[in-house]
Design a binder for this molecule. Structure first.
Ligand SMILES: CC(C)(COP(=O)(O)OP(=O)(O)OC[C@H]1O[C@@H](n2cnc3c(N)ncnc32)[C@H](O)[C@@H]1OP(=O)(O)O)[C@@H](O)C(=O)NCCC(=O)NCCS
Length: 214
């Protein structure tokens, strides 16, 4: 039987134009998506004050405190994406690159103008923003994270834009689960961590709904 020859597509000017247009449309859609995410992110205030703390954008002056406090295995082992060991380059990268991303809104948690931890929201397509945090070990057990979390959630609710906030914690992270439950989060499911640092470990998924009166 005679074999049918399939002609290879010829890159005619018309085909090249069509491919170029397709690429431009995809790039435009991606730029629009990033802009929308940035707008949503920027609805959150630049600074949030609580009784004892101030939450504000991380700055270059935070590098020494970040290096001192974040370079701690007891923190890194609970988080999906905190480098360990934590170097000066990680601290600078966090401030100059990570904190500038359209889909991230981290706040330095400061006490007497010094960074003592980080809290923030991560934005994702098609699912609620997710709360994440860590606190330097010398400051654990004084109610600081509950105070910081409550303030950030209140600020998020006040924008009127976040109906649901998500969170996740390792199933054995009793302190973090306690903080989340004190903040009003409800357990919605279980999963296994897909992050390389905590791969395969059981995690608890939680959500917080904006109260109707806010
Ligand atoms: C989790 C973390 C942020 C808590 O911060 P914190 O300021 O100490 O938290 P708070 O003091 O506001 O609240 C902690 C609560 O957990 C309780 N707790 C602490 N350790 C606990 C443990 N091992 N088992 C049970 N409860 C515990 C405290 O008693 C407190 O509850 P209470 O107010 O009813 O007494 C801090 O330990 C941390 O940064 N850990 C490492 C990083 C991390 O786990 N990040 C979260 C990832 S999901």
């Amino acid at each position: 039987m005679k074999k049918l020859k399939v002609a290879a597509p010829v890159a005619t000017p018309a085909l090249q134009r069509a491919q170029g247009t397709e690429r431009s449309i995809a790039e435009l859609a991606e730029a629009t998506r990033r802009l929308t995410m940035r707008r949503v992110r920027d609805l959150l205030p630049g600074k949030i004050a609580t009784k004892r703390l101030v939450l504000r954008a991380p700055i270059r002056g935070d590098v020494p405190d970040l290096m001192r406090l974040a370079d701690n295995k007891a923190i890194a082992e609970k988080l999906a994406r905190l480098p360990s060991p934590y170097t000066r380059a990680d601290a600078v990268g966090f401030i100059e690159i990570f904190a500038q991303r359209a889909d991230e809104r981290p706040y330095a948690i400061t006490l007497n103008e010094h960074l003592i931890g980080v809290i923030g929201l991560s934005f994702h397509d098609g699912r609620p923003p997710e709360l994440g945090y860590w606190l330097g070990e010398p400051f654990w057990g004084k109610g600081f994270m509950t105070e910081a979390g409550r303030a950030l959630i209140d600020a998020a609710h006040k924008t009127g834009h976040y109906q649901t906030i998500g969170a996740r914690a390792l199933a054995d992270n009793a302190a973090s689960l306690k903080v989340l439950e004190k903040l009003g989060f409800k357990r919605t499911g279980k999963a296994r961590s897909e992050a390389s640092a905590t791969l395969g470990k059981p995690i608890v998924l939680l959500e917080l709904q904006r109260p109707r009166w806010m």
